[in-house]
Design a protein around this ligand. Structure first.
Ligand code: NAG
Ligand code: NAG
Ligand code: NAG
Ligand code: NAG
Ligand code: NAG
Ligand code: NAG
Ligand code: NAG
Ligand code: NAG
Length: 404
């Protein structure tokens, strides 16, 4: 994560306009990143005698613990909780959790250590009958087929996919009832991965992560589409902050080695930072070998308030939050009627980051910085040196101010 000293007191994320000067300053102190590590514990909590599982990620820092509880009881969902102690624990009461009224079945204790909590629910897999000639702006993706409710999927036993070396686990499922046989050879998978420290995966879209976040990779593979050029999508619901929905922002970056040709980062924030955040690049891939040729666009609709009864019921959300009535939802659609698509190889994957704290901000990669330095040459370096000098003076000035 790259943070810069700003004109205000404290650390602030780099604003893109300042990158030219500031990325030199921020790319340098990699030592600082060492403090941003967490001890991550990943466990499968089984409800005996009930054959049900929860995946609990507990990320412990010096002064804080983050809890991520993933479950496929009902639709795939995660409850995320940030606490201000390194001692907080998760309590599961299975008899309550599996009862018709699961309120209180999931708790993080001590309650007064909770600084932030919310949830994300993946409610439906959408499929659209797209055609090469779009039917107009109203429905550029084509008419929707009846969606697959993810609450009616049956899922694998997560214990068998838990990999403590990579801190990952995979929920893999298919419709419990599949009359057309569309999922005979297919499945939908949610791969969850946690991190001990900051970094960036080798595979595109190479989202920058911190120890405060988990990555989710959703992939659909081998399922028979209902149309020749079916587009797929995902409906996602979350909890608002009071009556308001979380804010959605599109951040822009310059073209970079890490994300060639993708200039945008979509970000959902549950409140003013630090709170919860969700980030993704608006790109999905139509091949396991992720490259430019297999990249699809990913479109997100507006996040808007949604009535609880229109969404599949999530036991873990009710178990932790009681019966919230401030759901918000949005749709993600992957691909366009033209260009590559799921139809090429019956494969689709998309990744996002979910975290608590300050969202990671991309800086320029060392390679690009190197190219810039060479391209700018000596006069440019002198100019940058001058910029740094002004900046450091500014830093001293702001420190001076904060002492007063
Ligand atoms: C998953 O597998 C483990 C070990 O094989 C077993 O103990 C557990 O009960 C299984 N859970 C479910 C939900 O089937
Ligand atoms: C946990 O917090 C206590 C006090 O708040 C501190 O003394 C201790 O060193 C912390 N432990 C770790 C592992 O950070
Ligand atoms: C942890 O909290 C203590 C006391 O509140 C504070 O002095 C210390 O700087 C904090 N450490 C970190 C890493 O935030
Ligand atoms: C679980 O909740 C039920 C109902 O509130 C309660 O009777 C039971 O003691 C709880 N179990 C545990 C282990 O706390
Ligand atoms: C899909 O769209 C095509 C072209 O508009 C149409 O011919 C076909 O009947 C549609 N299929 C379904 C299942 O709606
Ligand atoms: C599933 O795979 C088998 C063997 O590869 C094939 O014969 C069958 O047609 C496939 N079924 C569907 C619905 O794609
Ligand atoms: C789908 O493709 C098949 C074979 O390629 C073709 O026979 C059929 O007419 C196509 N259907 C539509 C709706 O375009
Ligand atoms: C997502 O798309 C489906 C199909 O078009 C629609 O029925 C549903 O209301 C949409 N959900 C949201 C939250 O916009």
């Amino acid at each position: 994560m790259c943070r810069c000293w700003g004109p205000y007191r404290g650390w602030v994320p780099c604003a893109p306009a300042r990158w030219f000067f500031l990325s030199f300053v921020c790319a340098a102190p990699f030592g600082l990143l060492g403090e941003e590590t967490r001890q991550v514990y990943m466990e499968v909590i089984s409800g005996s005698p009930n054959p049900q599982n929860l995946l609990h990620i507990r990320a412990v820092g010096t002064n804080s613990t983050l809890h991520y509880v993933w479950s496929v009881l009902g639709p795939p969902a995660v409850v995320l909780v940030g606490t201000n102690t390194n001692q907080s624990v998760l309590r599961v009461n299975w008899s309550l959790l599996l009862s018709p009224d699961p309120d209180g079945g999931l708790m993080v204790l001590p309650k007064n250590s909770i600084q932030f909590s919310s949830a994300l629910i993946f409610t439906r897999l959408l499929e659209f009958n797209s055609t090469k000639e779009p039917e107009g702006a109203a429905q550029p993706t084509g008419k929707p087929y009846p969606p697959y409710s993810l609450a009616e999927f049956s899922w694998n036993n997560i214990t068998h996919s838990l990999d403590l070396a990579t801190l990952s686990a995979v929920f893999q499922g298919h419709p419990a009832d599949d009359p057309t046989g569309a999922f005979t050879n297919g499945s939908l998978a949610f791969k969850v991965q946690a991190f001990n420290g900051p970094g960036r995966p080798a595979q595109p879209p190479r989202l920058l992560h911190s120890a405060d976040a988990c990555q989710l990779e959703v992939s659909l593979a081998g399922a028979s589409p209902r149309g020749n050029r079916s587009l797929f999508g995902l409906e996602v619901a979350t909890l608002g902050i009071g009556p308001d929905c979380p804010t959605v922002k599109e951040l822009y970056s310059i073209d970079d080695e890490y994300a060639p040709a993708v200039f945008q980062l979509n970000q959902v924030l549950w409140g003013s930072s630090p709170s919860g955040f969700m980030q993704w690049r608006p790109v999905a891939f139509s091949q396991k070998q992720r490259a430019g040729e297999s990249a699809l666009s990913c479109h997100a609709s507006f996040l808007h308030p949604t009535l609880a009864y229109s969404l599949p019921h999530s036991p873990i959300v009710q178990a932790f939050f009681g019966s919230p009535n401030n759901f918000c939802a949005f749709n993600l659609t992957f691909g366009a009627p033209t260009g590559p698509g799921y139809w090429n190889q019956h494969y689709l994957s998309w990744s996002m980051l979910l975290g608590i704290g300050i969202p990671p901000v991309d800086a320029l990669s060392p390679l690009v910085l190197g190219i810039m330095a060479v391209a700018l040459g000596t006069p440019g370096l002198m100019l940058l040196g001058g910029g740094l000098f002004l900046l450091l003076r500014h830093k001293q000035y702001s420190e001076y101010q904060s002492i007063n």
